[in-house]
Every structure is written in structure tokens, then in C-alpha cells.
Design a protein. Structure first.
Ligand SMILES: [Zn+2]
Length: 304
């Protein structure tokens, strides 16, 4: 990777503390993470939120990468920080980066996964390389007008590594180690793409986002039923069409019928309660790897 670097972001959400801890340890000990010889810029996404141990101060930073808002200087700490990160490390920033790897954690029982936004060929190539190496599931987020402005979308190529489950604000050695493994695998994949040594698998398995469901709520916003106990912890799993979504305090089932083939993710994710999301629904799809994907990634990582 001759001129453009790789941006590694931890603490985009200030209450996800494991990746920032790893990054700080790495800063003190440069040999801690094998960067495969790549030029890596490492930053804490939202230092003020991390200091306060809250997800954000004014607004979710990972919904602030909205070009129109940034152009007109939208107010608030996170919009300012998004603009600053782009000025420093954006594709035409002071220390330009072509690829952004954004490290997150989840409270949901999802284990580790990759999140891809949309269908950019370079993103799909990187995701396919990492899935090929680690076998991680991929949550493909697209076509959701309620949720936009994700950090990695502002770089030509970007990937989110989501590690869990771990409560917000809690350090956990396993989560740190898995974050490190995911990051090193990403960096190795980028280096192999740069050197022309990368080999994509034949197919990419994605869980394509279909939509989200909120708890049934009263007019005052209080939940009238909770995520069904038999749904709790069943992220990525096939769900029978007889499964109820929610259960009220008196034991009655609530919510619409489950559609066969819809697979839940982010079930009862703590961070999404404020977004009125009890869980999201996905469909598992197997996509043949396209011949355009790898060249798109190679072009980015080896751009002169
Ligand atoms: Zn996060």
C-alpha cells in the first residue's frame, strides 16, 4: 500500500471499551499487533464519549457521516468529530486512508461478526477474505432510511468488526483477544490484496438486513411486552414460524407472526433500545463472488 493507509478506529462508541483499551496498549507497544507492513493510522473515534463512558455526547457518531450535514457544519460534538476525522484521515485528508476498519462490540449474543454497508465491490472483497479466513457471519446493512451516516461509508473501503457479547463499559480479555484477531486478519487480507496474493472464496454468505422490530409500546413509550424468552440469545439462528416475537408480563404472546426464513440479529442489543429496535431481521443469502470485487480492492490498496 504505497501512499494510502489503513485507518483503524476504536471507541466510535464511548461505552464500547475493549477496542480502545487494545488500541491504547498497542500505542504503548507497537509490536502488539502485526500490521502486515501496512501504514496504519489508529484513532479513538469519540474520545470525549470514551472519557465519559457513554455511547455519545450529543448524537451517535456512527450516524454522523452524512456529507450534507457535515458540509453545512451541523452542530454538536459528534458532527464536529466526524468532520475532523475526515479532515485528518479521510481519503483526501492530511494522512489519507483508503480503508477504514471500525472496531465495535455488542451486548447481543451474536459472537463475532462483520458488518458491511451496501454492496461496494471493495467492501465485499475484504469481507469475503476475512470470512474465508475466520468463518465469521456477515451482517449486510442496506436500504434502511432510518439508519444512515455510518463511519466506514465515508472511506472508499470499510468494514466493521463487531465482537461480543460483552456488557457496555466492561473490559474482557476474550473480547480484546478476538478484536485483535479480527483486526490482524483484516490487515493481512489487505496486504495480500496489495501483493496480488489474495484468493477469494467462491461464495460470500451474507445475512441481508430486511428491517427491524420494536417492542410493543404504550402511548407513553413504556414497553407492553418484552423480547420473547425463546427468542432471546437466538441471533443468527433459524426461527420456526410458530415462534412469537414478544411476551407480556401475564404470559401472553404478542407481535406479528414470524416469517419462515427470517433470521434475527442484535436481539435485545442494549445500544438499540433508544433507537426503538428490539431486534433486526435478516435473510441468509449465498452470493457467488464476482470477478470485479478483488480488482476493486486491489486498486484501492495499491493506488499510487
Ligand atoms: Zn458500536
Amino acid at each position: 500500500m504505497s501512499s494510502c493507509g489503513v485507518l483503524v478506529v476504536a471507541g466510535t462508541h464511548g461505552n464500547e471499551v475493549n477496542a480502545p483499551w487494545l488500541l491504547q496498549q498497542w500505542q504503548a507497544n507497537p509490536d502488539l499487533i502485526d500490521t502486515a507492513g501496512l501504514a496504519v493510522q489508529k484513532v479513538i473515534g469519540n474520545p470525549e464519549a470514551l472519557r465519559r463512558r457513554c455511547r455519545y455526547v450529543d448524537r451517535d457518531l456512527n450516524r454522523c457521516f452524512l456529507p450534507e450535514q457535515l458540509e453545512k457544519g451541523a452542530p454538536g460534538l459528534e458532527f464536529q468529530r466526524a468532520g475532523e476525522l475526515l479532515r485528518l484521515h479521510g481519503p483526501s485528508g492530511e494522512q489519507p486512508c483508503a480503508v477504514a476498519i471500525d472496531l465495535h462490540s455488542t451486548t447481543a449474543a451474536m459472537g463475532n461478526s462483520l458488518v458491511v454497508y451496501g454492496r461496494r465491490p471493495a467492501d465485499l472483497a475484504l469481507a469475503a477474505l476475512v470470512q474465508g479466513a475466520l468463518g465469521l457471519p456477515i451482517y449486510l446493512h442496506e436500504a434502511d432510511a432510518q439508519q444512515t451516516g455510518f463511519l466506514v461509508e465515508s472511506w472508499p473501503c470499510g468494514l466493521v468488526i463487531e465482537v461480543g457479547p460483552v456488557p457496555q463499559g466492561l473490559l474482557n480479555a476474550r473480547v480484546v483477544e478476538q478484536t485483535r484477531l479480527g483486526l490482524e486478519t483484516c490487515l493481512r487480507a489487505l496486504d495480500q490484496a496489495d501483493q496480488g496474493l489474495a484468493r477469494l472464496p467462491d461464495a460470500l454468505v451474507v445475512h441481508r438486513h430486511l428491517g427491524s422490530r420494536d417492542l410493543p409500546k404504550a402511548e407513553n413509550g413504556e414497553p407492553q411486552a418484552l423480547v420473547h424468552p425463546e427468542l432471546q440469545g437466538r441471533d443468527w439462528q433459524d426461527i420456526s414460524s410458530t415462534q412469537a416475537m414478544f411476551r407480556a408480563a401475564d404470559g401472553t404472546d404478542r407481535g406479528e407472526a414470524w416469517v419462515e426464513g427470517e433470521i434475527p440479529v442484535f436481539v435485545n442489543e442494549a445500544a438499540y433500545a433508544e433507537k426503538s429496535i428490539a431486534f433486526s431481521l435478516t435473510r441468509r443469502e449465498v452470493w457467488p463472488v464476482q470477478p470485479t470485487w478483488l480488482p476493486a480492492l486491489q486498486q484501492l490498496v495499491s493506488a499510487a
